[in-house]
Unconditional design. Structure first.
Length: 464
């Protein structure tokens, strides 16, 4: 078959070449005066295109015929899928279907494979092309067409049903997405932006941290002090202390958990014009006192968190007399110096419980005097001591905290008067890193933010 095909092609090529050469000779030698050279080129090109198109067209038709024979043979041998492959190859080579038998083969193959849309298309082509409508083939195709049309109608009805269901699901999905987005927007408006939230106290208050800054909030998700200025914080005995730096802060903010009020401490220069920072700040105590050790001073800073004032000794000379009588000191003078263990040092004020810091002339701490028994606590072991309350004082040495009594003996840590949280709120961190505050209200889990309430996501979507 291939030998025959190539012989046909060879004869056709020879024939076309002869036409070309004759045309070229004719145009060049016989009619030189009537047709110019450019026109000759156009005519020659037209001959070539028409001739080549004719050759290719005839070749495609013949090749398509081969594929159609294969497809028909495949169909007879029940190789329907292979029949479709060969049939499709033939159709690609044909511009149009001009014979009813080709359309009939398309009907048979596609109906067998349940490609009802294609079978229906080829059946309609068959009815347009067929000449004799009294043949057995026509009757079979007609009967097959009826079956194909019924199946196609059922298929289209099912597709329409599925499309309606798909559109309904898509609409519902969009509605749910819209509700989910609406819930997220509402929830984020009620959320608190924070990296971490510390334990709540008995007043339903807690520290929170966002980035490098600390703030204060309550268990209803209300921010009481924004986290945008203070980089260090304490929370002890019902008080919050916020500082702009952990070491040698220059700004301190205090917040009272009982009164829910806060204020900034005065500038350190109001305590001592030579001081530039608060130095080491100790824990606030339940007696409303705060101790700090500013630089360039011979006095400890004692601040009353309620009266908002620095506390000083009203009659230092009277106190010195009492200390001398108790033999805690051996002498004193009008410059505020006391003699302890045969050494003159500056008396640095009172911490409570009879304990007072002592300073060297270069503003460094010499130690701490215990008035109760005259004991001297070395500053190398007791770096800093806080306010006396409930028979205990905080000691900070090399960054470690321990607690002592009035004569410097170590004792157990006091009970933090922050107390235990007994509120109803729980917190959860959202996927965006914000915190949401939840409470169970009327049996429903709800997000809370001050007076605002929002159902949890599932309940919100169901209710809408």
């Amino acid at each position: 078959m291939l030998d025959v095909f190539f012989k046909i092609k060879s004869l056709r090529f020879t024939y076309l070449l002869t036409i070309f050469l004759f045309s070229f000779y004719y145009l060049r030698h016989i009619k030189p005066t009537f047709i110019n050279f450019a026109m000759k080129k156009v005519i020659i090109a037209a001959f070539l295109i028409l001739s080549f198109g004719s050759m290719v067209g005839q070749s495609n038709t013949e090749i398509a015929g081969v594929y159609l024979k294969k497809a028909n043979k495949n169909y007879i041998n029940l190789e329907t899928e292979l029949a479709l492959i060969n049939f499709n190859k033939a159709i690609k080579l044909l511009d149009t279907i001009t014979k009813s038998k080709i359309a009939r083969l398309g009907v048979l193959i596609h109906s067998e494979l349940r490609n009802y849309k294609e079978a229906h298309k080829y059946a309609k082509q068959y009815f347009l092309l067929v000449k004799n409508k009294r043949t057995e083939d026509y009757q079979k195709v007609l009967e097959l067409y009826v079956d194909v049309k019924d199946e196609l109608d059922r298929q289209l009805a099912e597709e329409k049903k599925l499309e309606v269901e798909r559109l309904a699901k898509e609409k519902e999905a969009k509605r749910l997405d819209s509700l989910e987005l609406a819930w997220k927007n509402k929830a984020m408006a009620m959320a608190v932006k924070a990296d971490s939230i510390y334990p709540f106290d008995k007043h339903n208050l807690a520290l929170f941290k966002n980035g490098d800054f600390f703030g204060i909030l309550n268990d209803m998700g209300v921010v009481l002090v924004k986290a945008d200025e203070y980089k260090a914080a304490f929370h002890f005995d019902g008080y919050f202390i916020l500082m702009n730096k952990s070491k040698n802060p220059t700004k301190i903010y205090t917040y009272n958990g009982t009164t829910l009020q806060g204020h900034k401490l005065p500038d350190i220069s109001e305590f001592n014009p030579l001081s530039t920072h608060y130095g080491q700040v100790m824990l606030p105590r339940g007696n409303n006192k705060l101790i700090a050790y500013p630089n360039n001073t011979l006095k400890v800073l004692l601040y009353d968190l309620v009266t908002k004032k620095f506390v000083s000794i009203p009659n230092e000379k009277s106190l010195f007399k009492q200390l001398e009588k108790k033999k805690a000191i051996s002498n004193y003078n009008k410059d505020g110096k006391v003699k302890v263990n045969k050494r003159w040092v500056y008396f640095g004020g009172i911490l409570g419980g009879g304990i007072s810091p002592l300073y060297n002339a270069d503003y460094s701490l010499f130690g701490f005097l215990c008035a109760i028994d005259g004991r001297l606590l070395s500053s190398s072991i007791y770096n800093y001591i806080g306010s006396f309350y409930n028979d205990k004082l905080q000691v900070l040495t090399n960054g470690e905290i321990f607690w002592v009594n009035q004569n410097g003996t170590k004792v157990t840590a006091p009970v933090d008067e922050n107390g235990i949280y007994k509120g109803a709120s729980k917190i959860e961190k959202s996927e965006l890193g914000h915190y949401l505050f939840y409470q169970i209200i009327d049996g429903k889990k709800m997000i809370v933010s001050g007076d605002k309430k929002l159902l949890n996501q599932d309940s919100f979507i169901k209710s809408n």
